[in-house]
Design a protein around this ligand. Structure first.
Ligand code: ADP
Length: 189
C-alpha cells in the first residue's frame, strides 16, 4: 500500500504513522525525521534544512523533492510506504505523482487527521516542554500552523477531487485514532 498521512503540525501524524506502517509492514517515511537526522549528523542537507525548520518555514521544494525521490527509490519502499509530512506543497504533489507514475504506480489513499486547532497548539506546547524541539517555541508553532493553512491545507481539496482523501477524526486516545484509520482503510490488524 502507498499511503500519505496528512494533518496540521501536532495532529499526531508521526505517532499514528509508526503504528500504521508497522501493521502494513511498509517503511514509515517522515520528511521531518529525515531532516532532523541530518541536522543532528551535521550533514550539508541538515545545515541547509535547519535554517528553515527553526523559523517554522518549509524547506525549499527542490531540496525536499530530491530527498524523497532518493528515499522512495530504495528497495524497502518497493512493496509500499507510508509518507508522513510529504507532500506539503502543490509542487510536491506533482513531483510525487511524477515519481510514482514513472514506475507505473499510484497512491492508494491519503488519510487526513482532522483535529481542533486549540487542541493542536496545546499538544505542541506540551511537546516543546517534553522534547525540547528547537522548532516548538510558541512563535514558531504559530508560524508552522500558518504555513500549513496557506500551503498544505489546499492539498486536501486536490486529493479529495482525485477521490483519494479519507478523513479521520484525530481526537481521542492514540489507540482509538489508530482503530479509526485502519477501519477507514479496511485494514485488519
Ligand atoms: P510537524 O508535522 O510537527 O510540523 P515535521 O516533523 O513533519 O513536523 O516537520 C518539521 C519541519 O521539517 C517542518 O516545519 C519543515 O520545516 C520541515 N519539513 C518537513 N517535511 C517537509 C516538506 N515536505 N516540505 C518542506 N519542509 C518540510
Amino acid at each position: 500500500m502507498r499511503l500519505v498521512l496528512m494533518g496540521p503540525p501536532g495532529a499526531g501524524k508521526g505517532t499514528q504513522a509508526l503504528v500504521i506502517a508497522g501493521v502494513l509492514g511498509v517503511p514509515h517515511v517522515s520528511t521531518g525525521d529525515i531532516f532532523r537526522a541530518n541536522v543532528s549528523r551535521g550533514t550539508p542537507l541538515g545545515i541547509e534544512a535547519k535554517r528553515y525548520m527553526d523559523a517554522g518555514d518549509y524547506v525549499p521544494d527542490g531540496v525536499t523533492n530530491a530527498m524523497v525521490r532518493d528515499r522512495l527509490s530504495q528497495d524497502d519502499c518497493r512493496p509500499g510506504f507510508l509518507l508522513d509530512g510529504y507532500p506539503r506543497t502543490v509542487e510536491q504533489v506533482s513531483e510525487l505523482d511524477a515519481m510514482l507514475r514513472s514506475d507505473g504506480l499510484r497512491l492508494d489513499a491519503v488519510v487526513e487527521l482532522e483535529v481542533d486547532i486549540d487542541e493542536v497548539v496545546g499538544r505542541l506546547v506540551k511537546r516543546a516542554a517534553d522534547q525540547g524541539r528547537s522548532d516548538d517555541s510558541e512563535a514558531v508553532i504559530r508560524r508552522r500552523l500558518e504555513v500549513y493553512g496557506e500551503q498544505t491545507a489546499p492539498l486536501l481539496a486536490v486529493y479529495r477531487d482525485q477521490g483519494l482523501l479519507v478523513a479521520v477524526d484525530g481526537l481521542g486516545k492514540v489507540d482509538e485514532v489508530t482503530g479509526r484509520i485502519l477501519a477507514a482503510l479496511s485494514i485488519e490488524r
